[in-house]
Design a protein around this ligand. Structure first.
Ligand code: 2BA
Length: 109
C-alpha cells in the first residue's frame, strides 16, 4: 500500500475529491498553507493499493490545472535585512505537488 500526499490548489480540490470518491478511493482533505505564497491550498491524503497508484496519479494530473499567480514578496535590497523593497513576480502554481510514500502498516481499529 502507498500513501499519496497531494498538495493541490483549492479550486481543483472539490472536483478531484469527487472523482476519487466516484472511483471508490478514500481520501482525507486537509486545509494547508503554502510556505512561499502563504496562501491556502489543499493537501489530500489518499491510501491506495500499489496497483492503483498510477490511476490516482492520472486522476490528479487530469484534474489539477496550473495557474499563474502574481506575488509581491518582500526582498532585501542590497543584501541587507533592514532595507526591503517589494519585488513583483509571477509564479506558476500547480497542477499538483505529489509525494508517494510506502505504508509500513495500515489498520482500521
Ligand atoms: P507555495 O509554497 O506557496 O508555492 C507556490 C508556488 O510558488 C510554487 O508552485 C512555485 O511555483 C513557487 N515557489 C515556491 N517556492 C519558491 C521559491 N523559493 N522561489 C520561487 N518560486 C517559488 P508549486 O511548485 O506548484 O507548489 C504549490 C504548493 O505545493 C506550494 O505552495 C507548497 O504548499 C507545496 N509544495 C511544493 N513543493 C513542495 C515541497 N518540496 N515540499 C512540500 N510542499 C511543497
Amino acid at each position: 500500500m502507498k500513501l499519496i500526499v497531494a498538495v493541490v490548489q483549492d479550486q481543483d480540490a472539490p472536483r478531484l475529491l469527487e472523482k476519487l470518491l466516484a472511483q471508490g478511493y478514500r481520501a482525507t482533505r486537509l486545509a494547508s498553507t503554502g510556505g512561499f505564497l502563504r496562501q491556502g491550498n489543499t493537501t489530500l491524503l489518499v491510501g491506495a493499493n500499489d496497483g492503483k497508484v498510477e490511476e490516482v496519479l492520472q486522476l490528479i494530473e487530469d484534474t489539477c490545472r496550473s495557474r499563474e499567480q502574481a506575488v509581491t514578496p518582500w526582498v532585501p535590497l542590497g543584501g541587507t535585512v533592514d532595507t526591503y523593497v517589494p519585488y513583483p513576480l509571477e509564479v506558476t502554481v500547480g497542477g499538483a505537488t505529489v509525494f508517494v510514500l510506502a505504508v509500513e502498516d495500515f489498520r482500521k481499529l
